[in-house]
Design a protein around this ligand. Structure first.
Ligand SMILES: Cc1cc2nc3c(=O)[nH]c(=O)nc-3n(C[C@H](O)[C@H](O)[C@H](O)COP(=O)(O)OP(=O)(O)OC[C@H]3O[C@@H](n4cnc5c(N)ncnc54)[C@H](O)[C@@H]3O)c2cc1C
Length: 374
């Protein structure tokens, strides 16, 4: 074996969770490399922190469903939970939204239709005339991305994993056996197994190794934390309300309301910044369907959701670059899929069988394979 059993590139939830899984599998001297001075500074620290069964394309839904039991197991290990119940309310206000609700959302197993009256009872801020049809996902939850990331980081460190921050990977070179990874300061790490878990930057890292891109695209999405006017009907246990066509969402955040216009603006990989127009659009769209009268925000941020062309996660290597693995394309589901996706990425990287609990939910390595794209 060359120097280190595995080098994982990217210290967000993807890289940190798969690094912990590889260390738990007994891979010797694993290293996690992160370009920034701190971990989880990009997309992982900027999510809406939700766990929503039935969200995303079928391969993503399978990973989210399979993650439920693994979240529970992680909670038992940590001594505190990472999921807290918050049902999702899908709202259809227009004929087009009602069609999408009936044709695309209601057929999914975890979704049940509710009457417009019931929707208003569940979310009293909703204007009755703004609901043509509605549906609930009762077993959705708020997630704790920061706590989850921290748990995986602690687990990795406890298993003698090495974390290097301010360590941008600038070169990846094939050796007779394995790979040589070069870091910005000129240092190198030799390994048999590289896992590229660099979110929006993953295609750039493949390019460093002379490998073709996967066609990953980063899309900016904005979140704003809105002030709730006094007397407005907002309760701490209100549902996570989402438009059926993904044109806005809203959920309580302490004494405030977290809102998004759910935009998807393609961007180069980088440090995404919120656009004032998108913040205004979020307030406007939520105001259109509610009696809240939101006018101002306390803060806002944006992050990049990175998707493969078919929107499913990408896990594995190509025959031309054996041992150069990808774990990317988590899109808007990198938190809710993390426990099972990391287990899948570990199994694929080490040539193990996909764990039986994942297979029970229909997770098969071929659905996520790099080879499906090329
Ligand atoms: C507004 C918004 C809302 C979201 N809501 C949800 C939600 O409710 N539920 C959910 O499950 N998901 C949600 N997501 C998606 C989720 O946040 C992502 O899928 C997940 O965080 C992706 O994690 P990652 O580790 O792949 O990427 P990142 O967190 O971006 O990590 C990639 C890391 O790679 C590092 N890197 C890049 N290049 C190099 C290099 N050359 N060398 C070393 N390191 C490098 C970067 O610095 C970065 O730290 C949301 C995302 C956004 C933006």
């Amino acid at each position: 074996m060359t120097g280190h059993g595995a080098v994982v590139v990217g210290g967000g939830i993807a890289g940190t969770s798969v690094a912990a899984e590889l260390a738990a599998a007994g891979v010797g001297r694993p290293v996690l490399l992160e370009a920034e001075a701190e971990l989880a500074r990009h997309t992982t620290g900027r999510s809406a922190a939700s766990y929503i069964p039935g969200h995303g394309p079928a391969p993503t839904r399978a990973l989210t469903a399979a993650s439920r039991e693994r979240f529970d197991a992680l909670a038992a290990e940590a001594g505190h939970g990472f999921l807290h119940p918050r049902p999702v309310l899908h709202v259809a206000s227009t004929a087009d939204e009602e069609r999408v609700l009936r044709e695309e959302i209601l057929p999914l197993a975890p979704v049940t239709e509710v009457t417009p009256d019931e929707a208003v009872r569940r979310w009293p801020a909703l204007r009755p005339e703004a609901v043509r049809a509605a549906a609930m996902v009762e077993d959705a939850c708020d997630a704790d991305p920061v706590g989850l990331h921290q748990h995986y980081r602690q687990r990795f460190r406890a298993l003698d994993g090495e974390i290097r921050t301010a360590a941008p990977v600038v070169g990846i070179e094939r050796l007779d056996r394995g790979w040589r990874v070069t870091i910005g300061d000129g240092g190198t790490v030799d390994t048999d197994l590289v896992v590229l878990a660099a979110g929006a930057w993953t295609d750039r890292l493949l390019a460093l190794a002379g490998a073709p891109p996967l066609g990953l695209t980063a899309y900016r999405r904005t979140i704003a934390i809105a002030r709730v006017p006094s007397g407005a009907p907002v309760r701490p246990d209100d549902p996570f309300a989402v438009s059926a066509t993904d044109s806005w969402y809203a959920k309580p955040e302490g004494q405030y309301l977290l809102v998004s216009p759910s935009e998807e603006t393609p961007q180069e990989p980088g440090d995404a910044r919120p656009d004032e127009l998108d913040v205004a659009l979020a307030l406007e769209r939520v105001n259109e369907v509610t009696t809240l009268g939101l006018r101002s925000v306390v803060t806002s941020w944006a992050g990049q959701r990175t998707f493969a062309p078919d929107r499913a996660l990408v896990v594995g290597d190509r025959p031309e670059q054996p041992g150069l693995h990808v774990f990317a394309g988590q899109g808007g589901s990198g938190i809710e899929t993390a426990p099972s996706a990391a287990a899948l990425a570990r199994a694929v990287a080490l040539g193990e069988d996909v764990p039986v609990d994942l297979r029970r939910h229909g997770v098969e390595a071929a659905h996520y394979s790099v080879r499906r794209i090329l």
